[in-house]
Ligand binder design. Structure first.
Ligand SMILES: NC(=O)c1ccc[n+]([C@@H]2O[C@H](COP(=O)([O-])OP(=O)(O)OC[C@H]3O[C@@H](n4cnc5c(N)ncnc54)[C@H](O)[C@@H]3O)[C@@H](O)[C@H]2O)c1
Length: 271
């Protein structure tokens, strides 16, 4: 996600510092951005001069102090509350108080992350969708202590990036995952209960509900493990049996049938 967000920022003419605790990953991220931009040149979307300009906006840094003159911080590290709290505690000390510190978390509480900082009012969620350089939505998440100024600055940045920001309170799954993942879970139940075969379930939802993709094909794209993880976190945090994950999803994760990334999910893919 970090590489997609960095690309999006650079494409909109802003300098972006990228940092990962693993230097190998930064190298991979930069080469992924380079390949995607080259494809855009090859397909005539951008000129090679423009590609060069975008690429020059991306600066790799090795520690947070090297990025201390940044105007906005977007965190997209591993989805783990203790790691995020540790990082926000450090960010809060390094960056001046008028700088927004945003988290791209999909499932963790912004209010909980913000407890690690002395200035929780400048912490918000800025939830991009994959691929971040393409998808138009950004969920702007308001934690208990997030200030109006922080929300407005976050929405302003989303607008500059040509995204549509949608404000949402800090609740499990925010908007999209709270609605989308239970729908995917229900599609897995429909398959498990032999309502119809997988192709029929997907075709029915595409043609009957005007969805661009069927829910089972979409689950393969998101990752069956990611869907299961989000469903488990909705069940735990909303404490309601209606969010019980389908056994079929659990079984698929046990068998490493994680969707496109492993070549096998509800459907089979060439690696
Ligand atoms: N993958 C998606 O489709 C998606 C969509 C929206 C939001 N998100 C969110 O974005 C975040 C990242 O997701 P991802 O799929 O890119 O994860 P990922 O595991 O692929 O990448 C996380 C990166 O963070 C690095 N990292 C870990 N701890 C660090 C630290 N303390 N400092 C610097 N770097 C650190 C790791 O080396 C790794 O490269 C998560 O919060 C996730 O919920 C993911």
């Amino acid at each position: 996600m970090g590489s997609g967000i960095a690309q999006c920022i650079a494409e909109h003419g802003m300098r972006v510092f990228i940092l990962d605790s693993n230097p190998e990953i930064v190298k991979k991220a930069v080469s992924k951005i380079s390949e995607r931009l080259q494809r855009a040149v090859d397909s005539g979307e951008i000129t090679s001069d423009h590609r060069k300009e975008i690429f020059e906006k991306i600066c790799i840094v090795e520690n947070l102090n090297q990025a201390e003159d940044a105007d906005f911080v977007i965190e997209a590290i591993i989805e783990d509350i203790e790691n995020k709290k540790n990082l926000f505690n450090r960010l809060d000390k390094i960056f001046s108080n008028d700088i927004v510190l945003a988290s791209n978390t999909s499932s963790l509480s912004i209010s909980e992350i913000a407890k690690s900082a002395n200035h929780p009012e400048r912490i918000a969620g800025m939830h991009f969708f994959n691929p971040a350089y393409k998808m138009k939505l950004v969920e702007v998440v308001k934690g208990i202590k997030t200030s109006r100024d922080t929300i407005e600055k976050t929405k302003k940045l989303a607008n500059i990036l040509e995204k549509i920001p949608v404000e949402v309170n800090d609740t499990p799954g925010f908007i999209v995952n709270r609605i989308l993942i239970p729908m995917i879970n229900e599609a897995a139940f429909a398959l498990q209960d032999n309502v119809a075969d997988k192709e029929s379930i997907d075709t029915a939802m595409k043609l009957g509900a005007a969805h661009p993709m069927g829910p089972l094909a979409l689950a393969d794209l998101i990752g069956i493990d990611v869907c299961l993880h989000i469903m488990e976190s909705l069940e735990k945090n909303l404490n309601n049996p209606k969010y019980k994950p389908c056994e079929l999803l659990k079984q698929m994760v046990k068998e490493n049938k994680l969707g496109r990334k492993t070549g096998q999910g509800f459907y089979t893919y060439k690696k």
